[in-house]
Design a protein around this ligand. Structure first.
Ligand code: SF4
Length: 351
């Protein structure tokens, strides 16, 4: 018998920013007022800004320090553009409730897409955002329209502050032809469990091999916390899913991904219905590689273009993915494990 006590994994508490900005108009919305009162009560420094798109006075001596501080800065404003972006392959549209994320996943594409604005923005005009969603649903009727809430952020990590997902979930419960989905690396789901969702919201958890979580996903919830949260949302009757992304080729990847699927199978209630998996291999652009190397200079993320296959992009620059032989090995191994452990599951795509 082992005498060593297993240490419980570190618990990640809710995000508390170090600095909060408000657009003046945000304070005339109940959500804006509530967040303002919370920030004052927490003793956080509060500043005003004319636009959430133009925060120019962030503290920090160097670029790197400014970046780190930006990731701990919350900006509360109004979403003015109510034209939604498309969000293939997982949904028809991206529904904008937040932009930016406080976590530090080395590979995160927000580093390039958000450019010089990595701070975390939440929007208080949820009613207007839901009205716009109604319009998109009507346009596509009688087809179902799916909205992805995690295209530019991780909204579960922000839910304790914003409460926006709860509003969207209850809104979508009443939309016969509307569906909501989001994906997360956070575990803050407790406020969502008792909501009336009508099966119209799919909550997915982004999971990975132990090596990937340990080396490339600082400031996210631990694997154990995510799995515990997945069990809770499954028991609350939500359709659930897992994104295994990014799938990374590393020494021991077969054991790593086999262990992941074993642990998922053990942690979930057996026979969870309507379970989906989405599989995304690691990819990067040249621009992303440059940014990652500057922001996380010690990263172990392998981005050697000589070892990759170039995939032309339909818009703009192409991406480096794994050569076909490696991609096929990853896809086949992980798919077999999924069907072995979860015969009822569907794999939506491998890309
Ligand atoms: S949790 Fe998601 S959005 Fe946040 S840094 Fe990691 S990959 Fe990016």
């Amino acid at each position: 018998m082992s005498t060593t006590m297993e240490r419980p994994p570190a618990r990640l508490e809710s995000f508390v920013p170090e600095l909060v900005y408000f657009e003046p108009d945000a304070l005339s919305y109940p959500k804006g007022k509530r967040i303002y009162e919370w920030a004052v009560q927490q003793g956080l420094p509060v500043r005003m800004t004319t636009s959430h798109n133009r925060i120019t006075d962030l503290p920090g001596e160097s670029e790197l320090e400014k970046y780190r501080i930006a990731k701990r800065t919350l900006v509360v404003g109004l979403r003015k553009t109510l034209k939604f972006d498309t969000s293939k392959p997982s949904a028809e549209y991206a529904i904008p409730i937040a932009t930016g994320c406080m976590a530090h996943c080395h590979y995160c594409y927000l580093q390039t897409t958000l450019g010089a604005k990595p701070y975390v923005r939440v929007y208080v005009n949820t009613e207007e955002i839901m009205d716009a969603a109604r319009g998109y649903i009507a346009e596509r009727a009688p087809q179902i329209t799916r909205f992805e809430a995690a295209c530019t952020s991780d909204p579960v990590g922000l839910e304790p502050i914003s409460g926006s997902l709860a509003e969207l979930i209850e809104f979508m419960a009443d939309q016969e032809l509307g569906r909501l989905r989001f994906v997360t690396k956070f575990h803050h789901v407790d406020s969502l469990l008792g909501l009336r969702h009508n099966g119209h919201t799919r909550i997915r958890f982004s999971v990975n091999a132990r090596y990937v979580i340990k080396n490339f996903e600082p400031a996210t919830s631990s694997f154990e916390q995510r799995i515990e949260a997945a069990g809770k949302v499954a028991r609350a009757g939500y359709p659930i899913g897992f994104l295994i992304a990014p799938i990374i080729w590393h020494d021991g990847w077969e054991e790593g991904y086999a262990e992941l699927l074993d642990r998922l199978a053990k942690a979930l209630p057996s026979g969870v219905p309507d379970l989906t998996f989405e599989l995304i291999q690691h990819r990067f652009t040249k621009t992303a590689k440059n940014t990652i190397e500057k922001r996380y200079p010690k990263t172990k993320l392998e981005m050697d273009i000589e070892k990759r296959k170039y995939k032309w992009g339909r818009w703009g620059q192409g991406k480096y993915v794994y050569p076909d032989e490696q991609a096929d090995a990853l896809r086949m191994f992980i798919s077999e494990r999924i069907f072995d452990r979860f015969p009822q599951a569907t794999i939506d795509y491998f890309t």
